[in-house]
Write a protein of this length. Structure first.
Length: 158
């Protein structure tokens, strides 16, 4: 992925479903649409987790980053986007959020580490860009639109 702010990162970007590069997702001015998304933010690597749902991940992450979301995430300084999944409908996203909230902590940590093994913050507040984790980029290269598994099972071990 090109460095943020480089000539390559400023080119017009298209979503992977439209034939774009799946290695990054720009939610700034070049590409922005409402996409139902479940996300996990963390205070630090393997720290306190918050699971939420939104139709505009970039906007919600700006709110978390600047402490504008009152409550649990603000109280515990939970600002690092470490995982997210996009859905076709808000109903699917809400169902997945409820499912993840009922999982035990070990399952949640494993889910994050499958997408983002280094626990990097996937949101760049300066540009509004949201990066894909390595596992998600590989999966999207093979399956551009993946159906969501809502059966309640924990993530696979490998």
């Amino acid at each position: 992925m090109p460095p943020v702010g480089s000539e390559l990162s400023r080119r017009k970007w298209r979503h992977p479903r439209e034939g774009g590069d799946p290695s990054r997702l720009n939610c700034g001015t070049e590409w922005h649409m409402k996409v139902p998304t479940v996300y996990i933010v963390a205070s630090q690597c393997r720290g306190t987790l918050y699971i939420g749902v939104t139709s505009s991940l970039a906007q919600r992450m700006q709110q978390h980053t600047h402490g504008l979301v009152h409550g649990f995430s603000k109280k515990y300084a939970i600002k690092n986007l470490v995982f997210y999944e996009m859905f076709a409908t808000m109903e699917q996203a809400i169902a997945r959020e409820k499912q993840l909230k009922h999982w035990n902590r070990a399952w949640k940590l494993r889910l994050v580490e499958e997408m983002n093994p280094e626990w990097k913050n996937l949101f760049d507040a300066a540009t509004g860009e949201i990066a894909f984790g390595p596992a998600d980029a590989e999966r999207l290269a093979i399956e551009p639109v993946h159906p969501c598994d809502l059966d309640g099972s924990p993530p696979s071990r490998g």
